[in-house]
Design a protein around this ligand. Structure first.
Ligand code: MLT
Length: 268
């Protein structure tokens, strides 16, 4: 059974959806999504874990106070959620894409609270000048036209061509979530990602057991580049999920969940 609770932090109310019992596995969604992208993980992994899926500031049911934020602020929010939900426990933390950027920050600030890391469809490096400019452009477009016109073009990157054609329900689920995203959430998240810290020089110092996952067709975190940085982790493993693109937990949930279960079982 799923439960939803709200945690107050720095003027924001953070919505947290949880299911199951056992060791805590926290799931951090990507941009511009919310906890609903983890539906299969909340259902299936909760048979073995206390699965906790917060909505990051401004997304889903979480509020967005006026001030801008950074990835480090989001990592502080994650720690507030841990203290509320699993106060005396260390956790396993899984972040997808933007959620992965937050997971790197969490490792830097709260590493001793981590049992294991799962970094899905993400990357350690910060943006190139061109990527940063594209973020500011998307933010401006969201201000001018609203969120959906700014983000709708992302769908074809998030879902693989095979799944777009043969499993349209995946894109329909993703589109429902994207359409609920507000312009302000797009603006603040793009600004925060544009100034995120570069973790590519820290990979050798990450001694937390880490599983790195990406999709065979992910244009945002392509497999070859992802394998290269995963190999630099002190205790990293790399897995590529066939036929998926950027939203591996939604596109190939059985394979994604299976990888997490065997990785976490080996970590224990
Ligand atoms: C995401 O899925 O969270 C985004 O693609 C991350 C990004 O824009 O870098």
């Amino acid at each position: 059974m799923k439960t939803v609770s709200f945690i107050a932090k720095h003027g924001n109310s953070i919505s947290v959806t949880s299911a199951g019992s056992g060791p805590t596995l926290m799931l951090l969604h990507g941009f511009p999504l919310d906890h609903r992208m983890w539906q299969s993980q909340l259902e299936c992994l909760s048979q073995h874990y206390h699965v906790v899926a917060p909505d990051l500031r401004g997304f889903g049911q979480s509020t967005l106070a006026e001030q801008s934020y950074t990835m480090a602020d989001l990592a502080d929010d994650v720690e507030a959620v841990r203290q509320h939900i699993a106060p005396n426990q260390s956790i396993s933390l899984c972040g997808l894409s933007m959620g992965g950027y937050v997971a790197f920050e969490y490792w830097k600030r709260y590493g001793p609270n981590l049992n294991a890391l799962i970094l899905a469809n993400t990357k350690p490096e910060s943006d190139s000048a061109a990527a940063r400019a594209a973020r500011y452009e998307m933010a401006e477009q969201a201000k001018r036209l609203g969120a959906w016109p700014a983000i709708s073009g992302m769908l074809v990157k998030l879902i693989s061509p095979y799944h777009l054609e043969h499993k349209p329900e995946i894109a329909q689920t993703a589109e429902r979530i994207l359409r609920d995203c507000s312009a302000e959430a797009v603006v603040q998240a793009q600004h925060a990602m544009a100034i995120r810290t570069d973790f590519s020089q820290h990979l050798q110092s990450i001694f937390t057991p880490t599983l790195v996952i990406t999709g065979q067709h992910d244009p945002i975190a392509p497999p070859d580049a992802t394998r290269l940085w995963a190999d630099k982790l002190a205790r990293g493993q790399f897995r590529m999920l066939a036929s998926a693109s950027h939203l591996t937990p939604l596109e190939t949930p059985d394979e994604f969940n299976g990888q997490i279960r065997s990785f976490l079982a080996a970590c224990r």
